[in-house]
Unconditional design. Structure first.
Length: 405
């Protein structure tokens, strides 16, 4: 939905990666089941934006004109519009072990480039014609999983693939008049783990004179326009949960990005799980969040600084060996954004989210706001009370009320 904030207009939605489905038939069935029900609760009279998640096979299915037309008809009939696509998970995302496979294929592989090109073209064809000036965004993996990104030449290969994709975006805008942006999403244990690491990658590999020259060759644009076009189409998806897990503050993250001239193409609104003081009771309760599906990276803050663990089982195993009591843990586990009361031994990073929302309201961080709590069906039962559609509506209402405050 379109919001008018003191800082300017922005579009708010939720990410449909919370719904099961990998084939286009299953995804479309989920959209028809859930989107009208959510819209009725949060925006019954006005159009509601959609944050679409499409697997590679679903995106390919939409190459068929009849399938694409059916989606367009559904959106028009229900007063819905797509302005952003989550292009992070290429393959299966529910009901089986995902873990580090969520990053594959990464930006070293031609399949990732082809998939993201397809998503961008699809989004350009879906952007509503009655909202002139509305841009589209596609969020994507932050290059690669850290282990993969450590391979010789990986960073250069990733950067070149990103330049090739931006050349596709520049051509798409020239041909259709629709501007689509690519938003790299930093995440723990990836090539771009923190905002600082993302800025470093942009400054070392993307916003450089050699990169601009390479982009000019790929796109056919004038050398004098190359850097402008790169910055126009390429930026960050700033996930508040991910940044909070890394103990970043909104002020620090945004200062780094502004200083480097890296735009926030999409702001993902999410909260992480927090253990304020780690002890045996918290360790026992944390096992309930070890769902076996998603990677739950852990960052521990203690007297010696930050310690990072690839997954919750790794962190728990290390804790049992060292029995370090009293440390603060932040766990990459998305929990509903409206939870503000203590959850037993736990808290959430909601204060960081509230800070970011206040800055969005006053400073206009990004034109695209997407709530992302994809973990719904693996959360403990007490966090699922009320049902999925009601929880999504409650999250949207909660965010909208804070932005209006």
């Amino acid at each position: 939905m379109r919001l008018i904030l003191p800082s300017g207009p922005a579009h708010l939605t939720y990410c449909t990666n919370v719904h099961r489905g990998e084939s286009w038939a299953d995804i479309f069935a989920a959209l028809r089941r859930h989107l009208p029900a959510v819209k009725q609760q949060v925006s019954p009279q006005a159009p509601m934006g959609v944050g679409l998640r499409l697997s590679a096979i679903a995106a390919e299915a939409l190459d068929a004109p009849a399938e694409l037309e059916a989606l367009r008809r559904f959106l028009a009939d229900e007063q819905l519009y797509v302005f952003t696509i989550n292009g992070f998970p290429y393959g299966p995302f529910h009901g089986e072990r995902v873990k580090e496979q969520v990053y594959a294929p990464d930006w070293r592989a031609p399949e990732r480039l082809a998939y993201t090109d397809r998503l961008a073209s699809l989004l350009a064809s879906l952007l509503p014609g009655d909202q002139p000036g509305l841009t589209g965004s596609v969020s994507t993996v932050p290059g690669a999983f850290l282990e993969a990104a450590s391979c010789l030449g990986a960073r250069e290969t990733i950067a070149d693939a990103l330049l090739r994709h931006v050349a596709h975006l520049a051509e798409l805008e020239r041909r259709t008049g629709r501007r689509i942006t690519l938003a790299l999403e930093p995440e723990p244990m990836c090539l771009m783990e923190t905002t600082a690491e993302a800025v470093g990658f942009f400054e070392d590999h993307l916003f450089t004179a050699p990169a601009a020259a390479r982009f000019a060759t790929l796109s056919g644009c004038a050398a004098s326009q190359a850097e402008t076009l790169l910055r126009r189409h390429l930026g960050l998806c700033l996930d508040v949960c991910h940044a909070a897990v890394e103990f970043e503050t909104p002020a620090d993250s945004l200062d780094l990005l502004r200083g480097a001239g890296v735009a926030v193409m999409k702001l993902q609104l999410s909260s992480a799980l927090v253990v304020p003081r780690m002890d045996a009771a918290a360790a026992a309760m944390l096992r309930r969040f070890d769902d076996g599906v998603y990677l739950h990276q852990v960052v521990e803050r203690g007297p010696d600084g930050l310690a990072r663990f690839l997954d919750l089982p790794n962190a728990l195993a290390a804790w049992h060996v060292g029995a370090r009591h009293g440390q603060e843990w932040r766990i990459h586990c998305h929990v509903p954004v409206f939870h503000d009361a203590p959850l037993g031994c736990f808290a959430t990073t909601q204060p960081t989210l509230l800070d970011m929302l206040a800055r969005q309201r006053d400073e206009g961080i990004s034109p695209h706001l997407e709530i992302e709590t994809y973990t719904w069906d693996v959360l403990p039962p007490e966090l699922q009370v009320g049902g999925l559609d009601a929880a999504i509506a409650r999250e949207i209402t909660w965010v909208r009320d804070r932005l209006a405050a």
